[in-house]
Design a protein around this ligand. Structure first.
Ligand SMILES: NC(=O)c1ccc[n+]([C@@H]2O[C@H](COP(=O)([O-])OP(=O)(O)OC[C@H]3O[C@@H](n4cnc5c(N)ncnc54)[C@H](O)[C@@H]3O)[C@@H](O)[C@H]2O)c1
Length: 334
């Protein structure tokens, strides 16, 4: 059996590739990644130990090449996307291309394929927008509030249309905020950990009262594994771990674990249209037998240890001209 994983050098994708290669040595994993700024080439060194892993540098928007490769596979797990909200506010076009056009390219292959038995489309809680109280269910309306979320919601709608029109064997899975090893240091938790390790100021948007529902990345991998086996084509599944934390509290926890002072935190102007709270109900996937095994405390300890022990990995990104330019433009005073 062959599984194609798109975006398998990114954060969740690379964790999933490792998870599958380890758990199912008999399965061939074809990892398709364009190697954008978000993919660290050092991640490939961590994947090179697996003989059932093959890497292919490719843009999912390239119809001919993508068709050739995907047509040889049985299952597709599609992670590849532009994912950073701040970058989508500054330059949305690449989000429309990869997240929407790229998904369309994959859907066209699935539509015309006789070998692909399941297409797992990876989506996000951000498509529902913010919720004051309670949690969104799979039938809740889509209400994206930034170009990243809008591009992901558009892709979801395309998938739904292909399910309805062509009965493709697709399902959509929407996760809450993930955390864990191999996440790019532009994102909230890795930025906090690595800046703290470097004794640099840690930017905190607004008052830090925004609430996110944190899911450890290995639980995400377990959920996808379950859906490959038991997920019903045509369905949407939300996945959360019901571990809501305020951003400020997450920062304080990280600083305490690293023995650093809270005065490293510096308030910066809030992101425009910053969603206050995300929350998903995962009752539907729980009925298939999913439960998270990592609580936030265990997950954050493991995440911190990983960044402490893998300085070479994150310094490769943070020392790159691309990151430094981005950081300077985002936080000119830091
Ligand atoms: N990180 C989260 O908290 C989270 C939560 C819910 C859902 N998601 C979704 O999970 C998926 C993965 O997120 P992530 O955080 O691992 O992202 P990431 O930014 O770490 O990785 C994205 C990967 O996709 C690759 N890529 C980008 N454009 C490509 C293209 N045109 N062709 C081929 N490869 C391309 C990049 O090189 C990178 O390796 C995304 O679809 C995202 O929307 C993420």
């Amino acid at each position: 059996m062959k599984i194609a994983v798109t975006g398998g050098v990114g954060f969740i994708g690379s964790n999933f590739v490792r998870f599958v290669c380890k758990k199912y040595p008999e399965i061939q994993v074809i990892n398709i990644d364009k190697m954008t700024y978000a993919a660290n080439p050092l991640t490939l060194e961590f994947l090179s130990e697996f003989t059932n892993h093959t890497f292919m540098k490719l843009d999912i928007c390239h119809a001919t090449e993508i068709k050739e490769i995907l047509n040889e596979c049985d299952i597709i797990v599609h992670f590849a996307a532009e994912t950073h909200v701040d970058r989508s506010l500054a330059n949305p076009e690449t989000f429309l291309l990869t997240d929407i056009l790229g998904t369309y390219r994959i859907l066209e292959v699935v539509k015309n394929s006789r070998s692909i038995t399941k297409y797992i489309h990876i989506s996000t809680d951000e498509v529902y927008g913010s919720i004051e109280s309670g949690s969104f269910a799979e039938h809740s309306p889509l209400n994206p509030t930034n170009p990243y979320a809008a591009s992901k919601a558009s892709a979801d709608l395309l998938v739904i249309s292909y399910i309805r029109c062509y009965k493709i064997p697709a399902l959509i899975v929407r996760f809450t905020n993930n955390f864990g090893p191999f996440q790019h240091p532009e994102k909230f938790i890795p930025l906090a950990i690595t800046n703290a390790l470097e004794n640099k100021k840690i930017p905190l948007y607004g008052d830090g009262q925004q609430i996110r529902d944190w899911l450890y990345v290995l639980d995400t991998c377990r959920a996808i594994d379950l859906l490959i086996e038991k997920g019903e084509p045509g369905q949407i599944y939300n996945v959360s771990a019901c571990q809501e934390r305020k951003n400020i509290d997450v920062l304080c926890k990280i600083l305490k674990a690293l023995g650093k002072d809270k005065n490293l935190i510096i308030n910066v102007p809030d992101r425009i249209a910053h969603d206050k709270r995300y929350s998903l109900s995962s009752e539907k996937i729980q009925k298939l037998g999913f439960y998270p095994v990592y609580d936030f405390e265990k997950g954050i300890d493991e995440t911190i240890s990983w960044y402490v022990n893998n300085e070479k990995w994150w310094k490769f990104i943070k020392n790159s001209p691309e990151f430094q330019k981005y950081y300077k433009s985002r936080y000119p005073d830091l």
